[in-house]
Write a protein that binds this ligand. Structure first.
Ligand SMILES: [Zn+2]
Length: 93
């Protein structure tokens, strides 16, 4: 196998990342026939993104969230809803 393989790059800093790097798919525009290509993130940018959204107090909304988004959402008390995230309701009892 000596063919050229496309390699994913971090969507923020542009460095090459591994194929199993964390990635997410953003929402497409209405009328798109296919969902957009996934955005990949290197570990360094994952950390800075997490820090950014942690300060905002809410996770970013993606069509297919990355692992770091899911982790952060849970950390901030959000759960997956049909369109993005919703704050978990405090249940009494
Ligand atoms: Zn990066």
């Amino acid at each position: 196998m000596s063919e050229y393989y496309w390699r994913p790059r971090c969507a923020i800093c542009g460095r090459f990342v591994s194929y199993d790097a964390d990635c997410r798919v953003m929402w497409g525009s209405y009328g798109d026939s296919e969902p957009p290509d996934p955005d990949y993130y290197c570990q360094k940018c994952v950390e800075s993104e997490k820090e950014y959204y942690r300060k905002q107090g809410r996770p970013p909304s993606s069509y297919i969230p990355s692992n770091w988004e899911v982790g952060l959402a849970h950390e901030l008390g959000y759960e997956r809803a049909q369109y993005g995230w919703k704050k978990k309701e405090e249940r009494e009892g």
